[in-house]
Unconditional design. Structure first.
Length: 455
């Protein structure tokens, strides 16, 4: 078993998976757990470190947060922390990846590397793969505002025509048709496209390690956990937010179940390591998440000067680049002082990095038409609702327990076992190294570094 696929189903809650299985759903998950068991992983203890963009860096590097120090999404770029991607390539193995969270592409000869939509690192692969990577990033980062341009949508459409599997055409059609009103289906459509892209590229290149990371499940749980038919919280989302009879959690789990069955049928000899990194559990109180629709325009109206660029990140977060540290300090003061008419802060999280600010719109209350914002510059924004879009009513939050299924293990070995999340790094490395000796040796000899370290 030299060839390995690391499948990240980000933050999936297997207690809910098993409840659905008990009701007769999810046959792929049922068989996978029955044959190979379910191991629990343990991430950081401190809640502020329980972010997926921190914990997947832990998986990629084998180091806990206190060691790797990557706290924000996108901050892996330029960090001198080795990842297993380039470590394996230096050892003579071929590595591919589709949307690994918070991973920097440092590979020199990868047949494909599509970054996650929020990390500023280049894509690798054929020109169409690189174009699709850029289009996906643009589409994801403008999803809440509907601001994706015609060129972006054209590139996504071309990618669909090239990489979507014909057997999935009816699924895409349903997701497109329903996704106009039911926004969670757009995230599922993206994950299906990434899955099909991975299937085509993996079948063509067959690298020693391929990483596929899917995030729709985490996104949907954050938004719609209360609508799960197997939930036991007693809470439901308002009908204006999502129909009472809808169960988006089951829908995304069922899509993943289909992917699992297809993956195992198409590549039966490949070692599959499925990991969730963390899990989500239902959130205990009503909290609203909003995203600025035009970050740069909002900053201008707040009287913040010296902005060079604004880079939206996931959900509520954005990075602001200033002309110098003094302008950043002035902008930080304005953002920290911004509040509504009742004195409730909008931006409680502002991370000053010299000439940059990493900002989160932390305002958790319902924003109604006429909600006023006052800044320390004396500027007043009379209608905050005109500058934001609702991302979610928060339904789920992070828990340090995650899950692992490894097809190299038997159920009796894995069940009731708890391992550190950081140990997944060594498991992946051992899996790739433990492949067919003849194939491994020839691949390593063909691309091993010379004495100077170049390939």
């Amino acid at each position: 078993m030299g060839r390995t696929i690391l499948l990240g189903l980000n933050e999936i809650n297997f207690e809910y998976v098993q409840r659905y299985v008990e009701r007769g759903y999810l046959p792929g998950f049922r068989e996978l757990v029955r044959e190979h068991g379910l191991t629990r992983t343990q991430a950081e203890k401190r809640y502020e470190w329980l972010e997926p963009w921190i914990q997947w860096v832990t998986v990629h590097t084998g180091r806990p947060y206190e060691d790797h120090g990557v706290f924000r999404l996108g901050d892996i770029v330029g960090k001198p922390v080795p990842q297993f991607f380039e470590d394996l390539e230096r050892q003579g193995f071929q590595v591919g990846a589709i949307s690994p969270m918070n991973a920097e592409n440092r590979l020199r000869s990868s047949p494909y590397f599509v970054p996650d939509p929020w990390t500023g690192t280049p894509a690798s692969g054929a020109p169409l793969v690189r174009r699709l990577a850029g289009a996906v990033a643009q589409a994801v980062n403008t999803n809440a505002t509907g601001g994706a341009g015609a060129r972006t949508m054209l590139d996504v459409l071309v990618g669909l025509l090239r990489y979507a599997r014909p057997r999935h055409y009816p699924v895409y059609a349903r997701l497109f048709a329903r996704g106009i009103r039911q926004h969670w289906l757009r995230a599922m459509l993206l994950d299906l496209l990434l899955f099909d892209l991975h299937t085509v590229l993996y079948r063509k290149h067959q690298p020693d390690l391929s990483v596929l990371f899917l995030n729709a499940g985490a996104h949907i749980q954050h938004h719609y956990f209360f609508n799960s038919s197997v939930g036991e919280t007693g809470r439901r989302n308002p009908k204006w937010y999502v129909a009472a009879e809808a169960d988006p959690v089951l829908e995304v789990y069922a899509l993943y179940d289909r992917m699992l069955r297809e993956l195992r049928a198409r590549f039966p000899q490949v070692r599959l390591i499925l990991a969730t990194g963390l899990q989500q559990v239902p959130y205990p109180e009503l909290t609203f998440y909003y995203r600025l629709t035009d970050h740069a325009d909002f900053l201008r109206q707040m009287g913040i000067d010296g902005v060079v660029a604004v880079e939206p990140r996931m959900s509520r977060d954005f990075l602001v680049r200033f002309s110098d540290a003094e302008a950043a300090w002035s902008g930080e003061r304005v953002l920290r002082d911004a509040c509504d008419a009742e004195g409730r802060s909008l931006f409680e999280e502002v991370d000053n990095r010299g000439a940059e600010l990493f900002v989160s719109l932390t305002y958790a209350h319902e924003i109604r038409p006429g909600t006023r914002v006052v800044s320390s510059t004396g500027r007043v924004i009379p209608d905050l609702a005109a500058h934001v879009s609702l991302v979610a009513i928060k339904n789920g939050h992070h828990d340090s327990t995650g899950y692992l299924i490894d097809t190299a293990e038997q159920a009796t070995e894995a069940d009731k076992k708890v391992i550190p999340l950081a140990s997944l790094h060594d498991r992946v490395m051992r899996s790739v190294h433990g492949g067919d000796a003849e194939h491994q040796g020839s691949r390593a000899r063909a691309s091993a570094p010379d004495a100077t370290g170049s390939v």
